[in-house]
Design a protein around this ligand. Structure first.
Ligand code: DOR
Ligand code: ZN
Ligand code: ZN
Ligand code: ZN
Length: 345
């Protein structure tokens, strides 16, 4: 098979540090098969699936089962994120068994909930340091929660990661902590830099124009580490009920590329934030093209424009405020370990 890549751009394949695949328990919103097919269409070969499933992913048995199912499907590679506390309980009373779960995953998160309790934060951070995992923390809309985590990390260390930041105030708190030498990283989503002020339910909510400008500065200066998606598919009925979230994994790259290009940020920066940085953080042998690495690659046409069309989504979730919006940059092919997993040439 001859691949005609003339005029096209070859990049390391993408890694999503934050996606909701909804399995088990909410298969009517998404399942591994549809979520991963959508991801491959979007250029992602490795996903970190959040733990807010039903039941919550809070023990080694549940996590092992979903990992096995993912392996059988042979679509994307999976990091099944573990909960921090059993059933996402808010306090330090019910921690998961970090030692038992750690061999199966490198990320722990109570996404959708912030642990306000300082003792709980301390215990989670200490474990993230001792067992070398990423503690992904959901703080916004409360910026003070970042400051609380940072204060605790100052005392006990740990691998602190702040997920889906949307506010200038949060970024400022993270930047200050970085300047002080705290081990802290953070991620953005495509929707929080693609637009502002939209009346569409998502957590955290769409921010203001000045927040988006600050996030773009944070990307340029390297204060923001990772471009994730927070792909959050929902059924039509669940959105009617007011559930937050946007289905975005198949156009995430296009939305990011559109915004980056408009603001004069080089494609190599986007590649670093979609591939190199998350690979490094997760300890994966990919993300940067170097001799001996496995062929995890995407081929993209950076000049092709198209309109976002939920009817064409492979994801079950058609929930997006961006239907009809024009984006630039399209994934043509996704290769995982030498195998063509998506081909739309
Ligand atoms: O918009 C969101 N949806 N934000 C979250 O943090 C959770 C997610 C979901 O699970 O639907
Ligand atoms: Zn969240
Ligand atoms: Zn509490
Ligand atoms: Zn999320």
């Amino acid at each position: 098979d001859i691949i005609d890549g003339r005029g096209m751009t070859l990049m390391p394949a993408f890694i999503d540090m934050h996606a909701h695949l909804r399995e088990p328990g909410y298969e009517y919103k998404e399942d591994l098969q549809t979520g991963m097919s959508a991801a491959l269409k979007g250029g992602f070969v490795h996903l970190c699936a959040m733990a807010n499933t039903n039941p919550v992913m809070d023990d080694e048995q549940k996590i092992a089962t979903i990992m096995q199912r993912s392996e059988k499907l042979n679509l994307c590679d999976l990091t099944q994120v573990s909960a921090v506390t059993k059933g996402f309980e808010d306090d330090e009373t019910s921690f998961v068994n970090f030692e038992k779960i750690r061999p199966l995953t490198k990320m722990f998160s109570n996404d959708g909930k912030n642990m306000g309790d300082e003792e709980a934060m301390k215990k989670a951070l200490v474990n993230s340091k001792d067992l070398d995992f990423i503690l992904s923390c959901h703080c916004e809309p409360e910026t003070e929660m970042v400051e609380k985590y940072v204060e605790t990390a100052k005392k006990v260390g740990g691998n602190l990661h702040i997920c889906h930041i949307s506010l200038k105030s949060t970024l400022d708190a993270i930047a200050k902590a970085k300047d002080e030498g705290i081990n802290i990283t953070c991620e953005v989503t495509p929707h929080h830099i693609f637009d502002y002020g939209l009346d569409y339910k998502v957590a955290p909510p769409f921010a203001s124009e000045k927040d988006v400008e600050a996030l773009l500065e944070g990307i340029k200066s390297g204060k923001i580490d990772v471009c994730a998606t927070d792909h959050a598919p929902h059924s039509f009925e669940d959105k009617e009920k007011g559930m937050p979230g946007i289905s975005n994994i198949e156009y995430a790259f296009s939305a990011y590329h559109t915004v980056f290009e408009k603001n004069g940020i080089d494609i190599s920066k986007l590649s670093e934030m979609l591939s190199e940085k998350p690979a490094k953080m997760l300890g994966l042998n990919m993300g940067k093209i170097k001799p001996g690495m496995e062929a995890n690659l995407v081929l993209a046409d950076l000049k092709e424009e198209y309109e976002i069309n939920p009817a064409s989504f492979l994801s079950k979730g058609k929930n997006t405020p961006f239907a009809g919006r024009k984006v630039k940059g399209k994934i043509l092919m996704t290769i995982k370990r030498g195998e063509i997993k998506y081909d739309n040439r």
